[in-house]
Design a protein around this ligand. Sequence first.
Ligand SMILES: Nc1nc2c(c(=O)[nH]1)N[C@H]1C(S)=C(S)[C@@H](COP(=O)(O)OP(=O)(O)OC[C@H]3O[C@@H](n4cnc5c(=O)[nH]c(N)nc54)[C@H](O)[C@@H]3O)O[C@H]1N2
Ligand SMILES: Nc1nc2c(c(=O)[nH]1)N[C@H]1C(S)=C(S)[C@@H](COP(=O)(O)OP(=O)(O)OC[C@H]3O[C@@H](n4cnc5c(=O)[nH]c(N)nc54)[C@H](O)[C@@H]3O)O[C@H]1N2
Ligand code: SF4
Ligand SMILES: [Mo]
Length: 709
Amino acid sequence: MHATAAAQLGEASNGPTMGAVVQTHCPYCALQCGMGLGTDQEGTGALRVLARDFPTNNGGLCQKGWTAAELLTSPQRLTTPLVRHAGRLQAASWDHALDTVVAGIKAVQTSHGAAAVAVFGGGGLTNEKCYALGKFARVALKTPYIDYNGRFCMSSAAAAANRSFGIDRGLPFPLSDLAEADVILMLGSNAAETMPPFMQWLTRQRDNGGRLIVVDPRRTPTARASSLHLAVTPGTDLALVNGLLHILIMAGAIDESYIASRTVGFAEVRRVVASYHPERVERITGVPAAQLRAVAGMLAEAERAILLTARGAEQHSKGVDTVSALINLALALGLPDGPGSGYGCLTGQGNGQGGREHGQKADQLPGYRSITDPAAREHIASIWGIPVDDLPGPGRSAFELLDSLGTESGPRALLLAGSNPVVSAPDSTRITARLQALDLLVVSDVVLSETAALADVVLPVTQWAEETGTMTNLEGRVLLRNKAIDPPAEVRSDLQVISELARRLEAPGSWSADPATVFDELARASAGGISDYAGISYSKITAQDGVFWPCPDAEHPGTARLFAERFHTADGMARFFAVEHRAVAEDIDEEYPIYLTTGRVLQQYQSGAQTRRIAALAQAQPESFVELHPDLAERLDVSEGELIMVRSRRGVAQGLARITDSIRPDTVFMPFHFADAGAANRVTNPALDPISKMPEFKVCAVVLEKADA
Ligand SMILES: Nc1nc2c(c(=O)[nH]1)N[C@H]1C(S)=C(S)[C@@H](COP(=O)(O)OP(=O)(O)OC[C@H]3O[C@@H](n4cnc5c(=O)[nH]c(N)nc54)[C@H](O)[C@@H]3O)O[C@H]1N2
Ligand SMILES: Nc1nc2c(c(=O)[nH]1)N[C@H]1C(S)=C(S)[C@@H](COP(=O)(O)OP(=O)(O)OC[C@H]3O[C@@H](n4cnc5c(=O)[nH]c(N)nc54)[C@H](O)[C@@H]3O)O[C@H]1N2
Ligand code: SF4
Ligand SMILES: [Mo]
């Protein structure tokens, strides 16, 4: 137990077997459930996860949270740097590993220039790390090339919110507002598996008499908890939502006075949705017109309604427009206003929100500023202590960056932290080849992920419970994760790695490895920006169970609800964007007659790098599978548990058949958590949304083959 943190937080009241308990948050998803970490003093001294009463999860955790401490002491974690010699990764000293990194960077820069080195980050990293990584790329490496895995996650919802509201905070209201809504419409979220303690808010809403509508090609555990499930054809949510607005306009159920006083651009939307009559929408989406009318009826009746999107609706080559369609619906109904009403996106990764605010995005500077805005550049250059002309411009989006590695025009060296793209990037075979074409790949990780296994240098870093740092949850609430234990001797934090590399590269400015010092700099850098953290401090976060940004000064309490009076646009008005349905990038045909969609299961997290190494989770979900409808199974003569191959134009992935009538007969589902032959991303389509550059993870055309054929 870290003595200071424990002393600050006091002794536990969790029963006689527990030592001091440190109040912290789960290492995984964006709900960032509050939890306690205590040492079992009578037993082994191992860390134990304890329930903690925090306003988002109220003591609830999912199975991943309860088992999260296991990886801290796992024999599978990395405990020493590794450097590749004669083709093999071998244990090395930190000095040798960092010397190798710096020599490699300098060699590449000397022959190919500063832009030949790139950085790839992650939305699971703390705010302090995301900030330091963005600064490191621009100041120490002087490269424009930095992006991160949030591009695969949040980017479509972010772009749509920015263009309508002028600000992008996943939920512009606290989670507790959900309980107040008469109707909640969820597009493409399986929260019952992806953030189980979130479901308590839906239960409260139902107990208050509210209704839940879930749109998903599968009857998921979330859909089972709903009043109405719409089994939409993958990639057609935009048409569905335009269809709902069509019915509501025809019924005179829109809020004309709200539209007039708080928005601009409705006339064009009214014109476009005029052609989305229910029968046409039924043909596009597969959702019966009667169900569309039923949903529109519920929305028309509702005094308060909340419309939500998650990855099911967003991870498409038209993800931005789909979210815009839903924002249009919310604005037309006059929702983004008071408690229990509005539009929100359910952010995914632990710091998926903060990860998109502090400058690890290709086009962004801290405080959610644009890297092309001259005033923003001046401000950040002065914080960083560099001439503004030394600040690079925008780089490339995640997939475009990864796809350019090792090519004529692309970077030749990559420093990567907090992502495992060999498993999680679309068309992963292609991306793996690009990573292998690099002159230098450096990966910081806690385990030897599939991507780390390709690296020239692997740096072992501390885990959540071994370091302090802030995370910003799906509500925009900035939280503090407290250090609970000391890391193994030869393990360093990402901040230590960044500051040591910056020192060796003789970067200008200050490079603290102390999280609190970095947070202070981050807060100053964010001052006056969209995501303003200037008034947030570690002590304030602890004192008030997190602080909602924007929080511009020390006296400010934080902003739980964003849009009560105005939007974050120059004139304060929200913008409608007229959007049209378009086909998926790769539609089914004779050769590839089935849709593949991909997503998550409860017991695995993301690329599985962490959760596949936790015994109870690996046991619950040991390998890849393919969910398919009984009719399809019969047609293909596939039986339950049989190994089947899913083939697309990009490649093939295998999984065991799980036959269930909860999925549409024209669609199969695979989780993306598994590596090697079971990796769904060997098959997925990297067609990108033109605005957000989000890949179309959620739909491509495949053919199913029996393994023994
Ligand atoms: N257990 C677990 N929890 C997690 C994660 C994890 O890996 N594992 N990851 C975290 C992260 S980073 C994220 S982003 C979130 C993601 O959280 P969710 O968005 O809830 O997760 P997904 O399973 O990716 O997708 C949700 C649903 O979209 C449906 N879907 C597929 N295609 C379509 C479509 O065209 N339209 C509609 N309407 N629905 C469609 C799928 O059937 C699936 O049930 O989860 C977070 N929580
Ligand atoms: N087919 C398909 N593909 C998808 C998706 C999908 O729905 N379908 N979803 C996409 C989405 S939404 C996301 S968010 C991505 C996520 O996919 P990835 O970006 O691969 O995310 P993780 O598996 O969480 O990878 C995080 C890595 O960082 C390590 N790590 C954890 N904490 C730290 C830390 O503090 N420092 C460092 N240096 N490393 C750390 C972990 O061990 C792990 O290896 O996948 C995307 N890919
Ligand atoms: S819901 Fe998310 S934050 Fe909560 S315990 Fe599960 S993984 Fe952790
Ligand atoms: Mo995500």
